[in-house]
Write a protein that binds this ligand. Structure first.
Ligand SMILES: [Zn+2]
Length: 217
């Protein structure tokens, strides 16, 4: 974890003019099941932002990780996932716009990916929805891991497994927009999720409170 904070600090200076506020970084399950990581604007510890990275990526039991490769490669992969989340952090903290209609992967996100990518010598990416002349470019939802040189992660990252699986399922493999790697916080979703975990009598209590609240307005 220390090395993730070190990466965060140097990237904050290098790519974000040092303006981001130190987040809480956790090796913890992100909110949505297929996501590799997520960034929310409120941390459980009360700091400004929270970044969660799926533990299976480090442990090596995730479908896109080959556990028979050096740990160093997995750490490089985790660091790149962190860099991706830092752009979401920048959207929320600096722009005040999480580009929710693009699930976070909109034009502003792309612009930042490509500005950083130019400094790192990476190919350009497009917004998550594949359209027009840019549709053959990789999606920013998978930046930067999809545009890193093949050997960069020392074999730790195995995108082939995902693609083979997709072909078997009969998808064309050309449109990967459903593979969102993360999503911003969604208050309503959170509320619904919590509500579904409540016992029946608490649910009723909750509903009555909401009704009372609606009447007041
Ligand atoms: Zn993202």
């Amino acid at each position: 974890m220390t090395c993730l904070y070190d990466s965060w600090e140097s990237w904050n200076e290098e790519f974000f003019d040092g303006v981001l506020v130190v987040p809480s970084i956790f090796l913890a399950e992100p909110k949505t099941p297929p996501a590799l990581a997520d960034c929310t604007s409120v941390s459980v510890l009360g700091s400004r932002s929270q970044i969660r990275i799926r533990p299976a990526l480090l442990i090596g039991n995730h479908k896109c990780i080959n556990p028979d490769t050096p740990m160093e490669g997995r750490i490089l992969f985790l660091a790149d996932i962190l860099l991706h989340e830092m752009i979401h952090q920048w959207q929320e903290e600096v722009l005040g716009n999480d580009e929710g209609s693009y699930k976070g992967h909109g034009p502003k996100f792309v612009g930042k990916c490509n500005a950083i990518g130019a400094l790192l010598g990476l190919a350009e990416v497009r917004v998550a929805k594949a359209r027009g002349k840019n549709k053959d470019m990789p999606s920013c939802a998978h930046w930067p891991h999809k545009v890193r040189p093949t050997n960069y992660y020392m074999g730790a990252y195995v995108p082939e497994i995902e693609e083979v699986k997709k072909e078997k399922e009969g998808e064309n493999g050309g449109d990967d927009d459903n593979e969102e790697i993360d999503e911003g916080i969604d208050v309503v979703d959170d509320l619904v999720e919590r509500f579904s975990r409540l016992p029946d009598d608490s649910r009723l209590q909750f509903l009555n409170k909401i009704k009372a609240l609606m009447k007041k307005r």
